[in-house]
Design a binder for this molecule. Sequence first.
Ligand code: SF4
Length: 369
Amino acid sequence: MTCFVLEQLIGESKALDRSIAGEELSYDDGIELMNYENLHILGAVADIARKKLVGNTVSFTASYYMNYTNVCAASCQMCAFYRKDGAEDAYTLTPEQIEQRVAIAENMGATEVHIVGGFHPTLPLEYYENMMKIIKKNHPQLKIKALTAAEIFFLSKLTKNSTKEILSRLKDAGLDSMPGGGAELFHPEIRAKIVRGKCTGQEWLDTIEQAHNLGIKSNVTMLYGHIEKPSHIVDHLIKIRDLQKKTHGFITMIPLKFSLDNTELEQEHLVNNECSSLYDLRITALSRLMLANVLNNISVYWVAYGKKLAQVALSNGGNDLVGTAFSEEIYRAAGKPTTSSLDELAIMVKEIGRQPVQRDTFYNVIKKF
Ligand code: SF4
């Protein structure tokens, strides 16, 4: 139910009209909304869509985030994290070191481990299998969310195995789900300018489709706020939507704000400022509206936004908070705050009049606050 004034304003936009009617938005609709002037109305419509789909709860999970290595064969222009093998501050954890950290995280209440890293040029597939086996053996209750589709694709090239073979072996070793990283923006025009040495957008999509077909669900991300145009954003969201219609394998979509500091894009003055908070809100709202008929969850990455803006994003289409991490090396490399307790997140949610819930990896409710 929308009020009369809101209906009048929405009526001026075909795309918003179609959103309210529950119709799927076209590419042109997406472009219209990327340029739509009244951000308050856009956010209000996204909020209505959110409420219709998932009600008033805001979920978050006790996730332990860990980077097993910062050594990377790639050198993406948007990345502040990677180091070359042999660099003074390069590191690679052994499966045993990883397990020790996981044990501490489980004691602190973590229900999942989120493990990603660089494209290590020499680690064999057995390293990843051992990592998962040792975690599962000692922590059978913990869910392992590990390795992005980009890492799987790299591993398949490195080890000369198909992505299906790699994913099947990792699933047998204990892999429960996959994070959504490495998606960045799929469009080749923009991808070539922000990543170097990483799979193409289509290769990312093919790899994650393979994972979904094997029963491995995943998240999906979208890196925005650098040198993209509205068309790249809309293209990315439509590609996510198309694949979701086929596999139903995405659990949540996470818009990721580009973090400027220490990246090549900053050093070469291709991006001089991070995008505005208004742009953040537009992206959250558009993600909700473009994916409304296929995906329930739009996550707000509070680590990048800060808590106050995250609250506003939750009122512009978001229904989930990610970044409840006990460690977050990638954002730390770019000088961002990283951790928060579940109680702090619950307070943040209550402050905006919503119901906080702790969830597991697959969005089953563990606890209401
Ligand atoms: S974004 Fe990932 S693949 Fe690219 S350089 Fe950084 S760690 Fe390597």
